[in-house]
Design a protein around this ligand. Structure first.
Ligand SMILES: O=C(O)C(=O)C[C@H](O)[C@H](O)COP(=O)(O)O
Length: 574
């Protein structure tokens, strides 16, 4: 104890405090606009804790990388794997036995799932995610896409492109599209692991600071020693996981969550697969159109009602489990409330109101679509995920000859050479977790978008990922088994006719079954190593499929637990 507080200026209160000691895991860096605001959070949170007789310490840090910055670059090959590193870093920070609660500071794509996967191994402790909020809206996302397409066609230069990008990514705070980071926010609220309506309060505002303060205070009420202790392992149960998937379907969130939710669930001892997602997608309507599914960003979505309105509507229709434990006092019902700043500068809640703009958010009576925003597609080419909320009705079925590539750069070269000036399904193989770490191939979207706008029928089929910001282009992603493991995509040859249909859930090569069965898979060319990717050889070697969460760490963990059990050592005092 003395050793763990020796460097703390307030060590006396740490030693003598009767209140809880909060372990903060921070993923601060000032390269990610969403994580930069965390720089001073620990100092502030220590003061907030002290206000209510508690203490807080930074238990450790974890890395946070940006898929936007590394898109199409070597670093992207480490992106999915960084989630395991974050989980392991979180566990190491918490391993010092100093804490009665966990405050997790993280926002972006792999960071929230990684923090949860680590923190859930300390599931006897209560824990809360503390978000820092989106930046204000800059250049509209649709305009950003238009400028990118002009650049791809050589109609504008780098300077104009940079100008537009800088007007879009213009300050600290989370990016404003409904990509993976903001889908994480949704997930955290539906899981009941974040303060109600804390997701989309603008960064650096008085309400944001009041929310962080309220979060710290609340955490001290549900701490390990409190009468109302709410262990994270009890918050994240089967019903909470179902609620998170319902939220994903209702809002048309990131395809990445078909990987992250199974992984977070596994960390809590729960197995969900894409069949579960499919069943929920059949039942839950799409209620929101947020970019890339529509033109409006999360700030506009928040202005017209945001997550409290979605939760209110879903609860009224009995589409969410209410009998769940959350960090908020009254369970999920508290999440159907709007947060405002009271006269006393504290967070005050009022009941959520119906949507004020049916172009962005609708109620259960008139949803955008009776089914959810993410579909499972399957057939003789394997199983994949399709973000239907972002695709226009007339493009939901594409039947066309394929061109097979094993790098995204080869696709771009073919597009520039005019080789894709036709109806085509672009197949990119060798992009699964075992091949090269399952990068996002979002960099392909401007090129394929140009082909679409030229009037061609275009689709993408890949064992890799797309970004949460990717929409518009019909795409089957995460297709497994991956080509590297001899999956059916490796048997496709240029010119084969493939049918991809979000309505029927079909992902099929149309050919005589005997001829198809006689095909032998080609081995995709292996991605080069270097710039750190070689450090992840062990991860590539044992990565399970995306549908199982795509986490090598968890795959090995489950194997070990099956062998030796995960009972706490006898004699360990917790
Ligand atoms: O949400 C995700 O999954 C992401 O990976 C976010 C990335 O930052 C995007 O790739 C960048 O989005 P755009 O700048 O609109 O192209």
């Amino acid at each position: 104890m003395a050793h763990a507080v020796a460097a703390m200026p307030d060590k006396d209160s740490l030693i003598h405090s009767k209140g809880m000691n909060i372990g903060i895991i921070t993923t601060f860096n000032d390269m990610l606009s969403a994580h930069q605001p965390y720089e001073h959070y620990p100092e502030q949170m220590k003061l907030f804790a002290r206000e209510v007789g508690a203490t807080a310490q930074v238990a450790g840090g974890a890395p946070a990388m940006c898929d936007g910055v590394t898109q199409g670059q070597e670093g992207m090959d480490m992106s999915l794997f960084s989630r395991d590193v974050i989980a392991q870093s979180t566990a190491i920070g918490l391993s010092h036995g100093m804490f009665e609660g966990m405050a997790l500071l993280g926002i972006c794509d792999k960071i929230v799932p990684g923090l949860l996967m680590g923190a859930l191994r300390f599931g006897h402790l209560p824990g809360m995610l503390i978000p820092s909020g989106p930046m204000t809206s800059g250049l509209p996302n649709k305009e950003k896409v238009r400028i990118r397409q002009l650049y791809v066609q050589g109609k504008i230069g780098k300077e104009e492109l940079m100008q537009a990008e800088s007007e879009s990514y213009h300050s600290d705070g989370t990016c404003t599209f409904y990509g993976t980071a903001n889908t994480n926010q949704m997930m955290a609220e539906f899981l009941g692991l974040q303060m109600p309506d804390s997701s989309f309060i603008t960064v650096d505002t008085p309400l944001r600071q009041a929310m962080t303060r309220a979060g710290v205070h609340r955490l001290t009420e549900i701490g390990f020693k409190s009468k109302d202790c709410r262990p994270m392992a009890e918050v994240v149960n089967e019903k909470a996981i179902v609620n998170a998937i319902v939220g994903l379907m209702a809002t048309g969130g990131s395809t990445n969550h078909t990987i992250h939710i199974p992984a977070v669930a596994r960390a809590a001892g729960i197995i969900v697969n894409w069949e579960d997602f499919e069943r929920l997608s059949d039942a839950v309507p799409t209620m929101a159109k947020i970019y890339p599914s529509g033109p409006s960003d999360v700030n506009k979505f928040n202005d017209v009602g945001g997550l409290p309105t979605v939760i209110r509507e879903l609860m009224q229709a009995d589409m969410l489990h209410r009998d769940v434990m959350t960090v908020a006092k009254n369970g999920l019902a508290d999440y159907a409330q709007r947060a405002t700043l009271g006269a006393d500068k504290k967070v005050a809640y009022v009941p959520a109101a119906p949507s004020t703009d049916p172009e962005i958010l609708r109620g259960m009576a008139d949803p955008f679509h009776p089914g959810g925003g993410i579909k499972l597609v399957k057939g003789n080419l394997g199983r994949g995920v399709y973000k239907s909320s972002a695709v226009s009705e007339d493009r939901m079925t594409i039947e066309a000859p394929v061109r097979v590539f094993d790098t995204q750069h080869a696709v771009k070269r073919a597009q520039q050479a005019g080789e894709l000036d036709k109806d085509v399904i672009v197949v990119v193989i060798g992009q699964g977790p075992r091949a090269n770490g399952m990068p996002e191939l979002h960099g392909l979207i401007p090129s394929l978008g140009v082909q679409m706008d030229r009037g061609f029928k275009v689709a993408l089929v890949t064992d890799g990922r797309l970004s949460g910001a990717s929409g518009k282009v019909p795409a089957a992603v995460h297709v497994g088994p991956e080509a590297q493991m001899g999956g059916p995509l490796a048997c496709l040859r240029d010119g084969d006719i493939v049918r991809l249909c979000a309505k029927t859930g079909q992902l099929e090569v149309l050919m005589d079954a005997k001829e198809w069965e006689a095909r032998t898979p080609t081995k995709p060319h292996r991605a080069p190593l270097g710039t750190g990717r070689e450090l992840f050889a062990i991860t590539r070697e044992v990565s399970p499929p995306a549908e199982e969460g795509g986490s090598a760490m968890q795959y090995m963990m489950d194997r070990e637990i099956a062998e030796v059990g995960d009972d706490i050592d006898e004699g360990t005092e917790v």
